[in-house]
Design a protein. Structure first.
Length: 240
C-alpha cells in the first residue's frame, strides 16, 4: 500500500449492497463514499411483489424506508452517501447502459476517490447493468485503482465469482484476487462487529437464507492492454 491514503468510492446497485459486500472494508476506511445506483422511487404509485413481501404498501414507502435504513447504516462507518436518480428493474424503468455509464462517470469525477470498488454483477439484472457500465468505464479511467467485490447473496453459490472473472478476461480486464490492507485500522473482531450492527439496519432486505457476514472477497482489476509495465495512479486498499 502506498503512502497516500486511498480514498474509496463503492458502487452499490441497491441500498445495502455496499455494506453487505464490503462492510469490513467500510469499517477500515472512514469517509468512504457509497454511490447507490437504484435509489429513486418511480413517479407513479405501484406495489410490487418484492415490496409487498417486505411489508410495504407501495414503492414510495419502500424507498423512503430503505433510504432511512441506509442513512443509519452508513453513519456507523462515517461514510458519505451518493444516490443516483434511477429506478430498479422491478419498477419497469431501468436506465439504458449509456445513460448509466455517463451518470457513473460523472459521480466518479465529482468525488475525490482514487480507488473504486464495483460489484461483480451476479445476483440480478440490476447488478449486471451496473457491472456492464463499470466495464465500459474501467479502461477509460485506468488511472484510478479498480477492485471488484462479490455480492453477499452469491457467496453460497460455488464458482459463481470465478465465472465472472472469466467474463472480465473476455472483456479485456484482468482480475487478481486481492486482500484488503487493514493493518492500520480497527482489529478484525471490531470491524466485523461494526458490520454486524450496520447490517441489522437493513431490516427490509434481510432474509433467512442470506449470510451478509460471510467472508468478503475482492479482486484487483486491470485493463489488460495496460497491465504489462504500466504504472497506475490511485492507491489500492489491498495487498496481493
Amino acid at each position: 500500500m502506498s503512502e497516500t491514503h486511498p480514498r474509496l468510492l463503492i458502487l452499490s446497485p441497491h441500498f445495502g449492497d455496499a455494506v453487505f459486500g464490503c462492510g469490513t472494508l467500510l469499517a477500515a476506511y472512514p469517509d468512504t463514499a457509497v454511490c447507490t445506483v437504484f435509489a429513486a422511487a418511480p413517479a407513479y404509485e405501484v406495489r410490487t411483489d418484492a415490496d409487498a413481501r417486505s411489508g410495504f404498501d407501495n414503492a414510495q414507502q419502500a424507498l423512503r424506508a430503505r433510504r432511512l435504513e441506509d442513512d443509519a447504516a452508513l453513519a456507523m462507518f462515517d461514510a458519505t452517501p451518493i444516490r443516483l436518480p434511477f429506478c430498479d428493474r422491478q419498477y419497469l424503468d431501468p436506465p439504458s447502459l449509456g445513460t448509466l455509464t455517463a451518470a457513473l462517470e460523472e459521480a466518479i469525477y465529482g468525488s475525490t476517490a482514487n480507488t473504486l470498488l464495483m460489484p461483480l454483477g451476479l445476483p440480478d439484472a440490476d447488478h449486471a447493468l451496473v457491472y456492464d457500465a463499470c466495464c465500459e468505464l474501467l479502461p477509460r479511467l485506468a488511472h484510478l485503482a479498480w477492485f471488484g467485490y462479490e455480492e453477499t447473496f452469491c457467496r453460497a453459490r460455488a464458482g459463481l465469482g470465478e465465472t465472472r472473472v472469466a467474463d472480465l478476461a473476455r472483456r479485456g480486464i484482468a482480475a487478481t484476487p486481492a486482500r484488503p490492507d487493514m493493518r492500520h485500522t480497527l482489529d478484525p473482531a471490531r470491524r466485523v462487529l461494526v458490520k454486524r450492527h450496520a447490517v441489522r439496519r437493513y431490516a427490509s432486505r434481510l432474509r433467512g437464507d442470506d449470510d451478509p457476514l460471510a467472508p468478503e472477497r475482492y479482486w484487483r482489476l486491470d485493463a489488460i492492454a495496460r497491465k504489462a509495465g504500466a504504472t497506475r495512479g490511485g492507491n489500492a486498499p489491498a495487498r496481493r
